[in-house]
Design a protein around this ligand. Structure first.
Ligand SMILES: Nc1ncnc2c1ncn2[C@@H]1O[C@H](COP(=O)(O)OP(=O)(O)OP(=O)(O)O)[C@@H](O)[C@H]1O
Length: 661
């Protein structure tokens, strides 16, 4: 192939200039952020040259002054930084996209100070709001001549000598008619607060310092106390409850990232899909939407991330695919995982206190991020009915302390970290649960998803020594249970009201014959009584003698919802965005050991003697069957308005009947 020509693409500044002015940044207001960033850079650069011994003069107390002149419609920003010579203005200002940063950093090796600007574009954002921009500047260099640069928004500029005697730079914008809002001090204050609050130089308007300056995330965690973190959190999120836990990010390699992430107290009104972390670039606020940068499961966290390595001038959707951004997201997730592990190992009781607030997003993270899962899977904890091992020495052990040997059981108990929360409730991991219960019910986990409605069932399990885990987070736990079942091969989760474990049933009592004429067992008789009274074919009546030292302590009847069918219903309901209704088809377990049920058998039998039909005892027995069933439903909160009305009416009738004897 013959090459016809080789060359450089030419850009006509007349055409490109309007595009830069209009489309460089999405919001006009960022021009102020850009000008102030340049001013901060100029001040930092002066410090650097001074340190390098290249500036013999006195470095004045750094400051940035904003001045508003309503009559002339001008807004100006003055710094006492490095200034520019005529040559520098020609080089850095007249050439768009030419920044001095690289050269500067290479020459002076930034030491603590970081330079914000990098692209050589920021300054031109002032044309988004100004019809004319002027620069008046005097360089720090010996015998420098001050210069004045003017540009009216066309690609033409003028550069002339200036009478300025003060070292530094003033940029003056004559605002366009439609941008006069930037002449309002309140608007300027608000912009400084938003974008420049943590910049390390005081920014003044009418003598008043507008910014906080202290960016504690740039400090070493070693120099910060708990109160510093809390004060910072309160500053960022006023009127919110204090956070329980935070992670201080502080790294230079492979990318630079600083920040503090707080785990907020979880409240039902927190929108977990909306990021609340503020994104900074070298202490300059960029955005409070960092959805593209943070792993989704960490979105509910709050705080600050500051990184000069996040490309800020590209579109936000491009951010999601940016490799550095993805690496930063992984890094943040890893740091969060590390912090949780550290707390779990070093301060278990604090971990447990925090758990309620962090559980949701830890679980969400585990389900969505494989690396995070590997990091934290062993520190996911559940509240349990297990009371833990004794924490104090048993009474019969000698009071004199003997040096424990390895493997000494007493030593192991006492050195085990605390597993209880402040209310004395015990927590466990799933591995500990499975290990502890493997002889009684291998690979089976009993759980409770709602303490109020499943209280009876939990009690029943507890009394028989079956350990129940509380997985009561409606938002995440049902998904998490399915996830765990997939992860932990062969392990099955059964809700306490799904079925009755054989350990809960007294098998011997079932076959006891109580009706000599018909040879029916008590169980058969009770089943018949209930089937007849309720007359609901969709309900399966099952009779069991529930084990207990005190039969009064067990319920006379309870409703069971088989695990598989219940989950299926819940899933269907979820897909149709409805709340799962209580299923019509369910099992009613009648407890044949309960005195009430035994009395019911006697009552029913006496009614037969009295003769069937409308005998008063038959009627009462019938009412009691309904009542027992209703009580079982009530404890599952499975009543609608109509059922509640019937229940109250019947309660009154039963009581009237009983008191009339
Ligand atoms: N107040 C100032 N004092 C001294 N030099 C300045 C000042 N403002 C701008 N400059 C010079 O002009 C150059 C270009 O500025 P500009 O804001 O366009 O880009 P930048 O700050 O380098 O990068 P960015 O586009 O990321 O803001 C700067 O690199 C700096 O050398």
């Amino acid at each position: 192939m013959t090459m016809l020509e080789q060359g450089t693409i030419t850009i006509h500044s007349e055409n490109i200039f309007p595009i830069i002015k209009k489309s460089l940044y999405s919001g006009h207001e960022v021009f102020l952020r850009e000008l102030i960033s340049n001013a901060v850079d100029a001040i930092q650069k002066l410090k650097m040259v001074s340190r390098a011994g290249e500036f013999s003069g006195e470095v004045a107390e750094p400051e940035i002054l904003i001045a508003i002149d309503k009559d002339n419609k001008t807004l100006s920003v003055t710094d006492n930084g490095i200034g520019m010579t005529a040559d520098e203005v020609k080089k850095y200002i007249n050439q768009v996209a030419f920044s001095s940063a690289e050269e500067f950093i290479q020459k002076y090796q930034a030491n603590g100070e970081s330079i914000i600007g990098h692209f050589g574009l920021g300054f031109y954002s002032s044309f988004m709001v100004a019809q004319k921009v002027e620069i008046d500047t005097l360089s720090y260099q010996k015998d420098a001549q001050a210069v004045h640069w003017t540009c009216d928004g066309s690609p033409n500029f003028t550069l002339e000598d200036s009478p300025r005697t003060q070292q530094g730079t003033t940029v003056t914008l004559t605002l366009q008619e439609e941008e006069l809002e930037y002449l309002e001090p309140a608007r300027i204050r608000q912009l400084i607060k938003t974008y420049c609050d943590f910049m390390p130089v005081p920014i003044k308007l009418d003598g008043e310092v507008l910014n906080k300056q202290k960016a504690i995330w740039r400090q070493s965690p070693r120099d910060l106390k708990t109160e510093d973190y809390l004060e910072f959190y309160r500053y960022l999120y006023p009127y919110q409850e204090d956070p329980l836990l935070w992670v201080h990010l502080n790294t230079d390699y492979p990318f630079q990232i600083n920040g503090i992430l707080f785990f907020p107290k979880m409240r039902p009104d927190v929108d977990v899909t909306k990021g609340q972390i503020k994104l900074f670039c070298s202490q300059v606020f960029v955005s409070d939407h960092c959805e593209e940068i943070m792993p989704r499961f960490l979105l509910p966290m709050r705080g600050v991330i500051d990184s000069p390595d996040i490309p800020l001038n590209v579109s936000r959707s491009a951010l999601q695919v940016d490799r550095t951004v993805r690496k930063i997201a992984d890094f943040v997730a890893k740091k969060v995982g590390d912090r949780l592990n550290e707390l779990y190992k070093e301060n278990r009781s604090e971990y447990i206190t925090c758990w309620q607030d962090i559980a949701t997003f830890v679980k969400y993270g585990v389900m969505n991020d494989d690396k995070f899962k590997k990091q934290v899977e062993d520190i996911i904890i559940y509240r349990t009915t297990y009371q833990g091992e004794p924490e104090t020495k048993p009474a019969d052990t000698p009071t004199v302390e003997v040096q424990g040997q390895e493997g000494d059981p007493w030593q192991e108990v006492t050195t085990k970290p605390a597993q209880k929360d402040q209310q004395g409730r015990t927590y466990t991991t799933i591995k500990e649960y499975l290990e502890r219960n493997k002889d009684r019910h291998e690979n089976r986990v009993f759980y409770c998803s709602d303490e109020a409605t499943q209280a009876t069932y939990v009690e029943l399990h507890k009394n028989q020594g079956l350990e129940v885990l509380f997985m009561t987070d409606t938002f995440i736990d049902s998904h998490f249970i399915s996830f765990l079942e997939r992860e932990l091969n062969n392990v099955q989760f059964s809700r306490v009201d799904a079925d009755l474990d054989k350990t809960l049933i007294d098998e011997n009592k079932a076959a006891e014959i109580v009706d000599s004429t018909t040879n029916k067992t008590r169980s058969e008789l009770i089943k018949e009584i209930f089937e007849k009274a309720l007359n609901k074919p969709e309900i399966t009546i099952r009779t069991e003698a529930l084990k207990s030292d005190d039969p009064q302590g067990t319920p006379p009847a309870m409703v069971l919802l088989p695990e598989f069918f219940r989950r299926l219903r819940e899933m269907n309901a979820l897909m149709q965005q409805q709340i799962a209704q209580f299923p019509k088809e369910h099992t009613l377990v009648v407890n044949t050991s309960h005195p009430l049920i035994q009395n019911l058998v006697s009552l029913s039998q006496s009614s037969i003697i009295q003769g069937e039909g409308q005998s008063p005892n038959a009627e009462l027995a019938n009412m009691i069957c309904h009542h027992v069933y209703d009580l079982a439903l009530i404890s599952q909160k499975a009543f609608d308005a109509e059922a509640m009305k019937t229940f109250v009416e019947r309660s009154n009738q039963v009581l009237t009947r009983l008191t009339s004897k």
